[in-house]
Design a protein around this ligand. Structure first.
Ligand SMILES: *[C@@H]1O[C@H](CO)[C@@H](O)[C@H](O)[C@H]1NC(C)=O
Ligand SMILES: *[C@@H]1O[C@H](CO)[C@@H](O)[C@H](O)[C@H]1NC(C)=O
Ligand SMILES: *[C@@H]1O[C@H](CO)[C@@H](O)[C@H](O)[C@H]1NC(C)=O
Ligand SMILES: *[C@@H]1O[C@H](CO)[C@@H](O)[C@H](O)[C@H]1NC(C)=O
Ligand SMILES: *[C@@H]1O[C@H](CO)[C@@H](O)[C@H](O)[C@H]1NC(C)=O
Ligand SMILES: *[C@@H]1O[C@H](CO)[C@@H](O)[C@H](O)[C@H]1NC(C)=O
Ligand SMILES: *[C@@H]1O[C@H](CO)[C@@H](O)[C@H](O)[C@H]1NC(C)=O
Length: 389
C-alpha cells in the first residue's frame, strides 16, 4: 500500500478547465490528508446559502444580502477584488493538496462527493475573478492538452455561474500546498463538460486501484484524511454497515431509516438524501428538525435563515438511522457557528431541507462516522462504521 502519492491520476478540470487522461502505473491504493484553509471562517448562513445555490435553489433576498456582505468582507480582508466567480462552492475549512501537470503544480481542492467536475482557477481566469493563491497555468505543463470545443458551465440557484474550457492533464495527490478548486467525486452522469461529457477523475483512477472505493475519515476542528482504493481497518470499530446507493441522479443517494434525539427512543421514518462531503451542514426534513429544536431551550426559528439557539445551551445529540447503521452526531457539532457579535446566539448544524426537497448529509453527519464510498459499477453502496477516536 502506498500511503500517499505519487501517482494516480487524472481528470482535471479548471476554472477554466476540466480533464482526464490515462492512469499512471504503480499505485494501487493511497491516502491524502486535508490541510486547514487559513482564510476560512465558519458562517452558518453562508453554509446554508452554499447548499441552496449548489442544488439549484434561489436565495431568499435577505440571505442573498447577508452572503454578499460576508463575501465582500472576506475579500476585503484578503485585499483582492470583486466577487464574480461564485466563491461559495469551494471555500471550505479544510482542503486537500493535489498536483496537476508536468512538472506538477500544486493546488488545494475541495473533495466533493456532491458534484462530478474537477475545476481550478487558472491563468486564463480573468484577474478580477481570481480568489488569490496559486493558479493552474496550462502552458507550463508538458502534459496539458486542450480539448478543442469542450466547455463546462455550472449555474447556481442565485444565477451566478462558473464556467470554463477543458484540458486533459495528469492529476497526482500530494502532501504539500497551495490553491483552490474542486474535485468532484460524484458519478459521471452530472459531469458538466460539453459537448462530450468527461469521465470523472475517480472513474479513471479506479481502474488502477485495488478496489473502486474511497473512504472519508473527517474530523471536527482538525484535518481528516481520504483513502483511495482500500479500507484502513484501524480507522473504525465494529463492523461496516452498508446501504444501497441510488446513483441515478449522479449523486450518492441513500435512504434514511429514522432518528432519535438525545437518549430518546428511535423513531422509524424513511426519507431520502445524499452524502455530500462538499456541504458543511446537515439538512434534514423539516418535521425532524422541528422535533429536534423543540427539545433545545430557547431555540428560535427564522423562516428565511433557519434555527438558532443560545450558545450557552448544549443541545442534545442527534442519532441518524441509515439502514441498520446509527450515526450519533455529538452536541458540539450541532452548535455550528456563532451568529452574533456578542456570541450569544449560535446557528444550528441541523437545518431544514424543505427548499431543496431531499436531505443533504454534509460534514456535520459525515465526520460523525467512518464512511466508505463504494463505487462498484452497477451496485454502488455507502458503508458506515463507528469512528475510532
Ligand atoms: C503561464 O506560463 C507561461 C509560460 O511559462 C508564462 O509566460 C505566463 O506568464 C504564465 N502566466 C501566468 C499568469 O503566470
Ligand atoms: C452558462 O449557462 C447559463 C444558463 O444555461 C447561461 O445563461 C450562461 O450564458 C452560460 N455561460 C457560458 C459562459 O456559457
Ligand atoms: C491507517 O490509519 C492509521 C491511523 O488511523 C495510520 O497510522 C496508518 O498509516 C494507516 N494505514 C495505511 C496503510 O494508510
Ligand atoms: C461483525 O460481523 C461479524 C460477522 O457477521 C459478527 O460475527 C460480529 O459479531 C459483528 N461484530 C459487531 C461488533 O457487530
Ligand atoms: C443519556 O445517557 C447517557 C448514558 O447513559 C447519560 O450519561 C446521559 O446523562 C443521558 N443524557 C440525558 C440528557 O439524559
Ligand atoms: C422500527 O423498525 C425496526 C426495524 O425495522 C423494528 O424492529 C421496530 O419494531 C420498529 N419500531 C417501531 C416502533 O415501529
Ligand atoms: C431562556 O429565555 C428565558 C427568557 O428570556 C430566560 O429567562 C432563560 O434564562 C433562557 N434559558 C436559556 C437556557 O437560555
Amino acid at each position: 500500500m502506498v500511503p500517499h502519492p505519487n501517482v494516480v491520476a487524472l481528470i482535471v478540470a479548471l476554472a477554466g478547465l476540466v480533464s482526464s487522461s490515462p492512469l499512471h502505473t504503480g499505485t494501487r491504493a493511497f491516502s491524502v490528508s486535508q490541510v486547514a484553509n487559513p482564510n476560512f471562517k465558519p458562517h452558518g448562513l453562508v453554509e446554508i446559502a452554499k447548499s441552496l445555490t449548489k442544488y439549484g435553489v434561489s436565495l431568499p433576498e435577505g440571505l442573498a444580502r447577508i452572503v454578499a456582505d460576508a463575501s465582500v468582507a472576506r475579500l476585503a480582508e484578503r485585499g483582492t477584488g470583486s466577487v464574480k466567480a461564485n466563491p461559495l462552492a469551494w471555500d471550505r475549512g479544510y482542503l486537500t493538496p493535489v498536483q496537476i501537470g508536468t512538472p506538477p503544480q500544486t493546488l488545494e481542492l475541495d473533495i466533493d462527493s456532491g458534484s462530478s467536475d474537477l475545476w481550478v482557477f487558472s491563468d486564463l481566469t480573468p484577474k478580477e475573478q481570481r480568489q488569490g493563491g496559486v493558479l493552474y497555468n496550462s502552458t507550463k505543463s508538458a502534459t496539458a492538452k486542450k480539448i478543442d470545443g469542450a466547455a463546462w458551465n455550472i449555474t447556481y440557484g442565485d444565477q451566478s455561474s462558473c464556467h470554463g474550457i477543458v484540458f486533459h492533464d495528469t492529476v497526482i495527490f500530494t502532501l504539500d500546498t497551495f490553491t483552490r478548486g474542486l474535485l468532484g467525486l460524484g458519478f459521471n452522469k452530472i459531469n458538466t463538460v460539453k459537448p462530450k461529457q468527461e469521465r470523472t477523475w475517480f472513474e479513471n483512477a479506479a481502474k488502477g486501484l485495488d478496489a473502486p472505493i474511497w473512504t472519508a475519515d473527517l474530523h471536527h476542528a482538525k484535518a481528516g484524511t481520504y483513502d483511495f482504493g482500500f479500507i484502513n481497518k484501524t480507522k473504525y470499530a465494529g463492523n461496516i454497515t452498508y446501504v444501497d446507493v441510488d446513483s441515478s441522479g449522479g449523486l450518492w443517494g441513500i435512504q434514511m431509516s429514522g432518528y432519535s434525539i438525545g437518549n430518546g427512543t428511535f423513531k422509524n421514518i424513511t426519507f431520502k438524501g445524499i452524502a455530500d462531503t462538499g456541504t458543511s451542514l446537515a439538512l434534514l426534513p423539516k418535521d425532524v428538525v422541528k422535533a429536534y429544536y423543540s427539545t433545545v431551550p430557547n431555540a428560535t426559528y427564522n423562516e428565511e435563515f433557519g434555527y438558532f439557539f443560545p450558545c450557552a445551551v448544549l443541545p442534545p445529540k442527534f442519532v441518524l438511522g441509515i439502514g441498520a447503521a446509527r450515526i450519533t452526531i455529538p452536541s458540539e457539532y450541532i452548535r455550528y457557528s456563532v451568529a452574533d457579535e456578542l456570541s450569544r446566539e449560535c446557528f444550528g448544524g441541523l437545518q431544514p431541507d424543505d427548499r431543496i426537497g431531499f436531505s443533504i448529509l454534509g460534514d456535520v453527519v459525515l465526520k460523525s462516522a467512518f464512511v466508505v464510498f463504494d463505487a462498484t459499477p452497477d451496485k454502488p453502496r455507502l458503508g458506515l462504521a463507528t469512528k475510532k477516536r
